[in-house]
Design a protein around this ligand. Structure first.
Ligand code: HEC
Ligand code: HEC
Length: 266
């Protein structure tokens, strides 16, 4: 019985392996960092006019992760859609050679794929060192229970965010929206001034989490003035990092996932 079960498992693994190999042969651009970079260049010149820089949306729909996808396309469907366009909806067909179309499809896929499932070039060990060391990221972010609470928990950031999103969040804090982490300056009627991130706000009260991690429960009737900043609480630390260090951070964060990646594949 046990042997039969083992045999079945290894058969399934073998089938999966053959399938993966098969896929690679058919569209070698998918998941290949160089092909993705080529696709990005073509996208910027031929597609960004409608889909926005980085696929963030414009005249054409947003192609990047960050909004809910109503339907996701398979690699083949993405390829076909780019080739054939959607003429009656305003997306023109493309007469590029197959190889180029696959590079575009690989780039479009990389915009939506969780970082944990994407091939990342950076040195994750270097990134780990920076995260817990000179980057001071751990002052505001926690991973699996260690670290600060001012910023979002990053334990599953690789399982829920594409690599491009993680990179943008580091280089241009707040560019992805600060929902749930609005930075505020509050002056109390008693004269005291407090800075921090607003949590659990309602008509009568709110909680302000300050940089030290202390949570202040404030009653709206005690507040004299409240200023909500447009910029992010997160400093633009990414600007002080070399590109190697930045790639490393993206690779390290991209690996942060709370479930085994294999189970998440489809
Ligand atoms: C003239 C504007 C325009 C240009 C140029 C354009 N698109 Fe589109 N694209 C659209 C519109 C509009 C849609 C939505 C079609 C629909 O409603 O089904 C779309 C849809 C898509 C979709 C499907 C989105 C989804 O998830 O359903 C992909 C992928 C896509 N475009 C990729 C590209 C790529 C790659 C290029 C460059 C080769 C490109 N587009 C050039 C306008 C454009
Ligand atoms: C002073 C606090 C603070 C520090 C230090 C900080 N962050 Fe942030 N971070 C935030 C806040 C707050 C957000 C929420 C979004 C926003 O407001 O930009 C955020 C968002 C993020 C996100 C996006 C998470 C998501 O799922 O949307 C990533 C990734 C990130 N930070 C990485 C880093 C890295 C890497 C460092 C170190 C180089 C760092 N942060 C340092 C406060 C901080």
């Amino acid at each position: 019985m046990k042997i039969a079960a083992l045999f079945l498992v290894s058969l399934a693994l073998l089938a999966q392996h053959v399938q993966d190999e098969d896929k690679k042969k058919r569209n070698p651009a998918i998941g290949n960092p160089q092909a993705i970079a080529e696709g990005e260049k073509m996208f910027n010149s031929g597609c960004a006019g409608c889909h926005g820089p980085g696929g963030q949306g414009g005249r054409g729909p947003n192609l990047a992760f960050g909004r809910v996808m109503w339907h996701t396309l398979t690699d083949e469907q993405t390829f076909q859609l780019i080739r054939d366009g959607v003429p009656n909806a305003g997306m023109p067909p493309s007469s590029m050679p197959e190889e180029k179309l696959w590079q575009l499809a690989a780039y479009v896929k990389s915009l939506r794929e969780p970082a944990a499932e994407a091939p990342l070039q950076g040195n994750a060990d270097l990134g780990k060192e920076i995260f817990w060391g000179k980057g001071r990221c751990q002052g505001c972010h926690s991973i699996r229970g260690s670290g600060g609470k001012l910023g979002p928990d990053l334990s599953n950031v690789g399982g829920t965010r594409p690599a491009g999103y993680i990179r943008m969040a580091i280089v241009e804090p707040g560019s992805q929206g600060s929902k749930g982490f609005e930075k505020a300056s509050i002056t109390l009627k008693a004269g005291k001034k407090l800075d921090g991130v607003i949590k659990n706000r309602n008509n009568y009260s709110l909680q302000l989490l300050d940089a030290k991690g202390d949570l202040h429960l404030l009653l709206v009737k005690d507040i004299a003035a409240m200023e909500i900043a447009k910029d992010s609480m997160m400093p633009a630390l990414g600007k002080a990092l070399s590109s190697e260090e930045l790639d490393g951070l993206v690779a390290y964060l991209g690996k942060q996932t709370v479930r085994p990646v294999e189970l998440g594949r489809n």
